[in-house]
Write a new protein. Structure first.
Length: 128
């Protein structure tokens, strides 16, 4: 499917450039147009300026955290699904992922997820 797009846009917000590269590769190969932001504030700016179909974001970022972003993006009102990813250690990660879902994230993964899981979740949430 590489080269073909399904018309859906995914915004990836992560301060780790390697993580953004991985997500971009997975999602682009899956037919999505990927927009990127290197921190929470930039992600919020992009979100406000371009209509996206899904947001994939890291929890632990300097400045505006992923949890702050979930509240700012307000997925319950906007209807834009959010997928949260964290590498914050196993115990801390589990409670953080639960909190993210409580705040409105549609899916939550630790950073050791299988690539197919992310693509499947984005496809399900965007109807692609």
């Amino acid at each position: 499917m590489a080269g073909k797009t399904n018309g859906k846009k995914v915004l990836v917000i992560d301060d780790d450039p390697m993580a953004r590269d991985i997500y971009r590769q997975i999602l682009t190969e899956g037919g999505f147009e990927v927009l990127e932001a290197e921190n929470g504030q930039r992600g919020l700016d992009v979100y406000k300026s371009i209509k996206v179909d899904c947001v994939v974001l890291d929890v632990f970022m300097p400045g505006l955290s992923g949890l702050d972003l979930i509240e700012a993006l307000d997925p319950d009102t906007s209807g834009v699904p959010i997928i949260v990813v964290t590498g914050g250690g196993h115990a801390a990660g589990a409670s953080t992922l639960h909190l993210a879902e409580t705040l409105g994230a549609a899916r939550a993964f630790s950073k050791d997820f299988e690539h197919a899981e992310l693509l499947t979740a984005v496809r399900e949430l965007t109807g692609a």
